[in-house]
Design a protein around this ligand. Sequence first.
Ligand code: ADP
Ligand code: MG
Length: 277
Amino acid sequence: MGSRDVLRRIIGIDPDAPDRFGHTSRRELDISHHVILYLDEITVSFDGFKALNKLNLAIDAGELRCIIGPNGAGKTTMMDVITGKTRPDKGSAFFGQTIDLTRLTEPEIAHAGIGRKFQKPTIFEQHSAFENLELAMKADKRVRRSLVATLEDADHDRIADTLRLIRLDQQADRPAGLLSHGQKQWLEIGMLLMQEPKLLLLDEPVAGMTDDETMRTAELFVSLAGQHSLVVVEHDMAFVEKLGGKVTVLHEGSVLAEGDLATVQNDQRVIEVYLGR
Ligand code: ADP
Ligand code: MG
């Protein structure tokens, strides 16, 4: 009997039950066309000002995409639309082929497999790094296990694996409040990973990190790609270069250029947008 069957039997909750849209959420993610995120002509207006203006974006399953662009280009607003925080006035947003993000609430979108990291880490400073990952795992609504339930061996292994991945295995028992700024950021990424997101959205993840932490973060993201899809907003060009993925340049709420970093950096319109400010 698997753990899900046990849960079903003990607490009478079916973790795979359809949500109110009839989706069995995660199982439904359909990437048979290799596209995990598809934004089509998304427009968002704030008092008549278009923060996003017919934005089109397609992210492949397993891709590591960088989004760059001047301040106010609409990068954060784009993430707000994907996570359901902001509703578009026009356009469509799909997760895989079938999940219409504009019809889901923020928790439903998180549940469907989209994880977001904000700039300021939200970790439990009094708790150890290990406990932070444990709490993140237990807070996962899909599993609905009690916060006081004891850890199964498999859970323990998963936390240990994640600590290694985020390079905190030597810090497992230290209170998170004592970690460096960069280590706190990694811990929060680890907490996101405990929820097993398919798509990760990271807004300026290396802001405030040392050069060494920045390069280690790039290595971490490269290692996550494939298993996960990542959309990373970042200004740090050394970091973007190290990630090595396709780059999308946003400007005034739409895509100005797209391609590898060298191509977009040599694009005359991109040069004008950056130098013209
Ligand atoms: P970026 O992240 O690329 O710097 P944002 O998405 O934060 O840009 O903002 C895009 C534009 O939308 C900016 O001009 C910003 O002032 C405006 N904006 C963002 N959120 C709001 C809001 N809630 N109300 C009004 N204007 C907003
Ligand atoms: Mg922003």
